[in-house]
Design a protein around this ligand. Sequence first.
Ligand code: BDP
Length: 750
Amino acid sequence: MRVGALWCRLILPLLILSSPFSRAEDGYDLWLRYQELPAEWRSANAKSLRSLVAPQNPSPTLAAARDELSRGLRGLLGEEVRLNEKAGRGALLIGTPASSPLIAGLDLPLGDLGNEGYVIRSVEIGGRAATAIAANSDIGVLYGTFHFLRLLQTRQPLVDLAIESRPSVQLRLLNHWDNLDGSVERGYAGQSLWDWWKLPDYRDPRYTDYARANASLGINGTVLNNVNTNANSLTPGYIAKTAALAEVFRPYGIRVYLSARFSAPVEIGSLETADPRDPAVRDWWKAKVDEIYKAIPDFGGFLVKANSEGQPGPQDYGRSHAEGANMLAEALRPHGGAVMWRAFVYSDVNPEDRAKQAYSEFQPLDGQFADNVLLQVKNGPIDFQPREPFHPLFGAMPSTPLMMEFQITKEYLGFATHLVYVGPLYEEVLDADTCQPSLLVGAAAGRDRPQIEANGRSYNNEESSCGNGATVARVIDGSLHNYSRTGVAGVANIGRDRNWSGSIFNQANWYVFGRLAWNPDLGAQEIAEEWLKMTFTADKQFVDAAAEMMMRSREAAVDYMTPLGLAHLMGTDHHYGPAPWVSELPQPEWNPVYYHRADKNGIGFDRTAEGSDAVAQYAPPVAGRFGSRAKIPEEYLLWFHHLPWDYTTSSGRILWEELVHRYDRGVGEVEAMQATWAELKPFVDPERFAETDSFLRIQQREARWWRDASIAYFREVSGCKLPAGVRPPEHSLEHYRSISFPRSLGQPGG
Ligand code: BDP
């Protein structure tokens, strides 16, 4: 036998058998890998998993729940679980009172669980121990099923189960910025998942896996197309394609939505205007919406980007955002659809501080929107930066449901390759105290209490309105202002890459978005641990180290990109890499110099009362904190203050030195992440280990690039010397300035 043949026939199979990782992992299975659990766990819990009892003649949703359980249990237990009609000892029952007489007989506490909640309970049926996954609706059963599988995947004991869960937020949506030509704006995971060309006839099986993954998190809607949209997506051919996707997603509780182009009546309807006051325009939208609902009876509604970054909108006709939104709302209302109108607006002619423009535009419209309109607000006032203070609209529009818009794709966070877990970013925003609860309305405003007036409203005296739980999370879940509609959207990081999200660790960002959308009070750390256990291994040594790495990763990115409250220093247009020097573009806010305002005297954007006064858009206690050099949390320092280079920071270092220190700290953290990952090699299969290892190398190189280019630039602008012992930038400033990326990923039209 030749040596090569010997190698293939004898030695290679032996090597494969001896590896703890029996199959190549390419990330396709996401967190739904259902790998066999350790024998110990299986033998301890096998008595609860003897058979599966599912409703007869199940609906497609109940069939999906049953099939997911069979599939999951087969993988996790390493054997097929019997499907039974009767509940014996150790049965696992799923269903609703309507679909299962057994569930109906259990008298479970389903009353408060609404349409999507569920219970998972250890019960007794005829004296035999069993487990029930039950809900009022079929989709609740599917959500409960995924929760149950999560218990197994994270190796929880299955005894005395008494779990109840219902979502805190109604609309939990992904926003795809996918174009009809298959490109994805700010997408770094390959082409769009939607194969528009082959739809509606060919339904890629991947669409079902996409729906399963989303349902496992409780995501219940998806906007299929980019907010910078093309009116063609509303033509009959594309409506049929969208309907095909809706059919695939329906059993998984996912409704489809579309971004609507405001000028569609002109572009595809041959009207001369899109003026929302024109009766022909209103009729056109009504007919269009009727046509959509004929094809997709549970269509969710429209997402609209209007009068922002060149998109058409009602202001083109002298009408307000509210008039535009209400026109669409009127067309959707008879069908139960909603309008999600985006607050991400800034004008090319308005000289006002960009951070103030959305509030200035929308806050005065509070109360003017129809009841099926939600205003979708980005987490911060500028644009998905590594760190921003929370958007001042949160808490300031008690009569308009505000939806959160997070970005899952890492447009400003190193694209696909940097390991940046955004859980801590989301958590920071959701936990932020708007200090708005004691807004005094009606009779209370006139009472004899210490009051202050601000933004034309009355408040309790300064301090009393903080710490009362008026967090952004309570705005979003509707409890603060009693919103009748609530929602959270995440700009998706999903594409046609085999691993869906461009890297294995980016999957965690999809995951954390979904989990927090269901329950904004969960912690980023616990979600990271859960994801790690399901995605890699539940081994404590691995989970502890990897979770710590994830939890620190966002702060690392802030440090090496935009420390101390700096923002938007990325290369204009593509947003890849540092370019703090860009200053020559015609629109002021296209230039990073607009944001950092550095010169030889100092750095930072003065948004205090002496500057743009953006602080006044927050409730007075917040404004007081952000507006004061002494009280502001240092991570927002240069967002709100312009300070001299020799300003003393809390570390005792002067500002310039602190800036350099933080850039260094960021690079150091990435190096520490590399070391951690190297130590975790024994726990990870070779494919996924190697991907993360290479990506961390890219991240280290790029963190260094960010640090060096930024220090080189700010050193020149400030005239400051590098502190003693600090490593000088590797190259000259000229070198960094000369780097260009004409074909960078994810760029509109790039
Ligand atoms: C910015 C992106 C741009 C989007 C815009 C938006 O750079 O591509 O179109 O946001 O949210 O972050 O509309």
